[in-house]
Design a protein around this ligand. Structure first.
Ligand code: NAP
Length: 293
């Protein structure tokens, strides 16, 4: 397939491009900035009317990181870079003759769709939750589903907490633990839907290749764990202590509204990926963290 990757310059986008190429696909990367061809990737500019000609599939990873203080101006960026970018893609597809359109759009979303659900087990059939992130994900997903009316198969990757070399979340955790400043986030009781970046890339590729996959697909590992378990396994893999918990008030002080979302509990399972026979590259927490430590 010839696959167009929006957000190809990002953490997940880079991992996807590598895996897609290793699996014999041709990759076209899209970025807001002009880039020279590198690593076998042809780059096109992502603007208000990007050139999507000749693609069999589109994978969209665009999105300004929400792991920062949320100001009103930032919220505009969160929306524009997710809902706005998805609308641009779908509008561009609409302009194409029906027989020239891509066959599939794999669009990102996040487990934030479900809202804070304590210990409730969640799969793709679980309802939309409350809160800002859930609302943002719903609008993001709705924008992508508009492509179905254009004859495009749409799969929505509800991505969990992505770990992997070079990822912001992982590098920050690793640094804190290496400095001896690691510990639970608050009580550590909340569920963490972790997933390795190779599996976000692998599941996205699987969704491109597998015609029976459509609708919401949780991109999370088959073994979610509580934050306290993640903390213990991480500390052991790095051979460092983990006794400095980050209290709720400090997270709120540091990150504002996002600080409270850091403690949301998402016990999410990849029901669709398992049903469709996807083989996880990193299904186990202990082994995954040990490899990266
Ligand atoms: N990492 C996680 O733990 C996680 C968890 C859940 C969901 N997700 C979602 O997965 C997606 C990828 O995450 P990531 O960690 O790879 O993020 P990242 O490293 O920050 O990369 C984001 C990409 O989005 C592009 N982008 C940002 N704003 C854009 C805009 N206004 N228009 C077009 N492109 C824009 C950037 O491309 P250019 O700067 O080159 O244009 C960049 O390559 C995001 O949508 C994110 O919300 C990530």
């Amino acid at each position: 397939m010839k696959i167009g990757v929006i957000g190809a310059s990002g953490f997940i986008g880079k991992a996807f491009c590598k895996q897609a190429q290793e699996n014999g696909h041709e990759v076209i990367g899209y970025s807001r900035s002009q880039k020279d061809a590198s690593d076998g990737i042809e780059w096109r500019v992502f603007d208000k009317s990007p050139n999507l000609d000749g693609l069999d599939a589109i994978v969209n990873y665009a999105g300004e990181s929400v792991a920062q203080r949320w100001t009103e101006a930032k919220k505009v960026q969160f929306h524009k870079s997710r809902v706005g970018v998805t609308e641009i893609i779908v509008n561009q597809i609409k302009e194409m003759p029906a027989d020239k359109r891509p066959k599939v759009l794999v669009n990102s979303s996040a487990v934030g769709y479900y809202g804070d659900c304590a210990d409730t087990k969640l799969d793709e059939g679980s309802p939309l939750g409350p809160g800002y992130l859930a609302e943002l994900c719903q609008k993001w997903e709705q924008a992508a589903y508009e492509a179905e009316a254009l004859g495009v198969r749409v799969a929505i990757g509800r991505i969990g907490i992505v770990i992997g070399e070079g990822g912001a979340a992982w590098e920050q955790m690793k640094t804190a633990f290496k400095l001896g400043a690691g510990g639970n986030l608050s009580t550590g009781k909340q569920w963490m839907p972790w997933v390795h970046v190779d599996d976000v890339a692998g599941a996205s590729l699987y969704a491109c290749e597998t015609e029976s996959i459509k609708g919401a697909v949780n991109f999370v590992s088959p073994e979610p764990c509580r934050n306290s378990e993640f903390t213990q396994v991480l500390a052991k893999s790095l051979n460092r202590p983990a006794f400095i918990p980050a209290p709720k008030f400090a997270l709120k002080l540091l990150f504002g509204e996002f600080g409270t979302h850091l403690l949301d509990s998402y016990r999410v399972y990849p029901a669709v990926l398992e049903r469709e026979g996807y083989n996880f590259q990193h299904p186990k927490l202990k082994e995954s963290l040990a490899k990266m430590a």
